[in-house]
Design a protein around this ligand. Structure first.
Ligand code: NAP
Length: 307
């Protein structure tokens, strides 16, 4: 193995022009870590939010910092205490420094990649599906309920629609016109174009709203729920006062634990759920990939092709 590798990193917070492809020494592994030779890395909104410095007060990162949480690849080395993975295994999951030829992960945060799942698709899965899993759990979604998923075509939304649908809920997903058919293909009963302003008419008295958009969409979500309903947002700050006013429960939600990755991988392998690749960029075009992510629009997960 070479002693240095190529990584995209930033030395100070700022625009995507701060991202630079550099050659750096291989990291030393802690006993519970694995080194992954990255094939594909997912580009998540949190990557550009960190780079822009929006999260620095409560989630500071050591600079220079290599973005990238979602990876697929091959285990290139294992720490002294790792017993669940071996060199040469194909894996995917949650890592750090994914925008690089090599990334480090806790050995429990990545799992063997099912054979039927391509490296490409595998890199679209972890953060989005684990976040959706937890949001659906937090919303207490049950059979027969009506659940609105705001931002249903994105990297989290595509899983939230499928998980809620699999629980037997009637799902109403929001997306722009180009993504409505995609959202329905995931199991949504209805897909509503949020740009047409018809959501209040299409989705009233919902049991739960899973908000993956924040801003205005989150503000309007309270009014879509029946009394006693549950609003879960992963994209904005929920208001206790507003929840009280509407007689609902509002929950701020985060990514669920990686222990669920195995069940998710099995569902993907059995085609019980599916994932979708967005646009693919070479590693050297990470800045363009983050710029696209920052538009807040698109279908599935944007990827960097590393190998
Ligand atoms: N708290 C956590 O742990 C956590 C974890 C993961 C993600 N997140 C957050 O969750 C949000 C979604 O993440 P993601 O990865 O799914 O993002 P993404 O892949 O960029 O998807 C965003 C989706 O939102 C849709 N959209 C944009 N504006 C909309 C609106 N007004 N109404 C309805 N849909 C709209 C877009 O659809 P169109 O292209 O059709 O417009 C797009 O499909 C981000 O803010 C991210 O930071 C939080």
């Amino acid at each position: 193995m070479a002693e240095s590798y190529k990584a995209v990193r930033f030395h100070e917070y700022g625009g995507s022009d701060k991202l630079a492809l550099e050659s750096i020494p291989l990291p030393e592994l802690k006993s519970d870590e694995v080194l992954i030779e990255v094939h594909f890395a997912g580009v998540n909104p949190v990557d550009w939010k960190i780079r822009a410095g929006y999260l620095k007060d409560f989630m500071p990162v050591p600079l220079p910092f290599i973005p990238g949480i979602d990876v697929s690849g091959i285990v290139a080395n294992v720490g002294s205490g790792v017993t669940n993975l071996t060199k040469g295994q194909a894996v995917f999951g949650i890592a750090s420094g994914g925008y690089a030829e090599y990334a480090v992960a806790k050995s429990d945060d990545v799992i063997p990649k099912p054979e039927g799942l391509s490296f490409e698709l595998a890199a679209t899965v972890a953060l989005g599906s684990l976040t959706a899993w937890k949001a659906v759990e937090d919303a207490g979604v049950k059979k027969g309920q009506t659940v609105v998923v705001q931002g249903a075509a994105g990297g989290v939304g595509m899983f939230a629609v499928q998980f809620a649908h699999r629980k037997g809920a009637t799902v109403i997903g929001t997306a722009s016109a180009d993504n409505l058919a995609f959202v329905k293909s995931l199991g949504a009963e209805k897909a509503v174009d949020y740009r047409k302003g018809s959501l209040e008419a299409e989705a009233r008295d919902a049991d739960a709203v899973i908000d993956l958009v924040g801003g205005d969409a989150l503000e309007k979500a309270y009014g879509l729920l029946k009394k006693g309903g549950t609003l879960v947002s992963v994209a904005g700050q929920v208001s206790e006062a507003k929840a009280k006013e509407f007689g609902i429960t509002a929950i701020g939600s985060m990514r669920g634990p990686t222990v669920h990755l195995k069940a998710i991988a099995e569902l993907l392998e059995k085609k019980g759920i599916r994932s979708e690749v967005g646009k693919i960029f070479p590693l050297s075009e990470a800045a363009a990939a983050q710029d696209l992510s920052q538009t807040g629009h698109g279908r599935g997960r944007i990827l960097l092709k590393v190998k």
